[in-house]
Design a protein around this ligand. Structure first.
Ligand code: SF4
Length: 241
């Protein structure tokens, strides 16, 4: 989920009815964008006739702008992360990913490459850790956070190989669907083919374009937010009013 530098122009200007849009100009209308968004637009630019591509860009930017304005009015933190996740889930509900080889218990992507999260998502994860009394190996998390991009293994992966925070998992996890054979995901040299859909990338790009948006590696960001909020251990007594 790395992105280009934020632009002061987070809200795009209206698109002129041009059929010869330069790619740099399109991206200039967007504050920040995911690499997948750029990849998908480039693909469409190659595949579609110029007029159809211009129409797609216009529609995409209108959706981007609507989502950006809506998210800007949503309180920052866990609530805004949930709003982004709802939008992404809605997109996959109305247009389910096809030919996906991911299945329950297949957690190669949770162990083979580090995910990036927004500050909002880190706040959500930290609040859930606290509310649900999820035990986190803080020492391991610190080691992972220091290793940054080399960090492997998600702190939320459970011993029975499931996601311990599935309902609040970050956008990076929600959007990750592969169509290549799942054996390749566990192979460091495997040629994995992730499926990319435009709408979830527009939503994530809008979230990234918020003026206060920040992203970082999951272990680093979760540690940062856990340190801001006291941890509750499972062994702590439950105090009832
Ligand atoms: S948050 Fe869940 S789905 Fe995402 S990497 Fe961690 S264990 Fe996997």
């Amino acid at each position: 989920m790395s992105s280009n530098k934020p632009s002061s122009r987070s809200v795009p200007a209206p698109i002129p009815g041009s059929s010869t849009l330069s790619f740099e100009r399109i991206l200039g209308w967007i504050g920040r964008f995911t690499p997948q968004f750029k990849f998908q637009l480039q693909l469409y630019q190659r595949l579609l006739p110029p007029e159809s591509f211009a129409k797609l860009v216009e529609e995409s930017l209108q959706v981007y702008r609507t989502i950006l304005v809506s998210l800007a009015q949503t309180p920052a933190g866990a609530e805004r992360a949930r709003a982004v996740h709802r939008l992404i889930d809605h997109e996959y509900k109305i247009k389910p990913p096809k030919d996906v080889s991911c299945s329950k218990g297949c957690v190669a992507c949770c162990t083979t490459f580090p995910k990036q999260v927004s500050n909002d998502e880190a706040a959500l994860l930290a609040s859930v850790v606290r509310e649900r009394k999820i035990e986190i190996d803080l020492e391991n998390l610190k080691i992972q956070a220091q290793a940054k991009s080399k960090a492997r293994g998600c702190p939320f992966l459970t011993s029975d190989l499931s996601c311990g925070v599935y309902d609040v998992r970050p956008a990076a996890c929600r959007k990750y669907h592969v169509t290549s054979p799942k054996e390749l995901c566990a192979d460091e040299n495997g040629q994995v083919t992730p499926q990319i859909e435009l709408m979830p990338e527009i939503i994530t790009s809008a979230a990234l374009s918020l003026p206060d948006a920040e992203i970082g590696f999951l272990s680093e960001k979760v540690l940062e937010f856990l340190e801001k909020t006291p941890l509750v251990k499972n062994s702590d007594p439950v105090i009832e009013n």
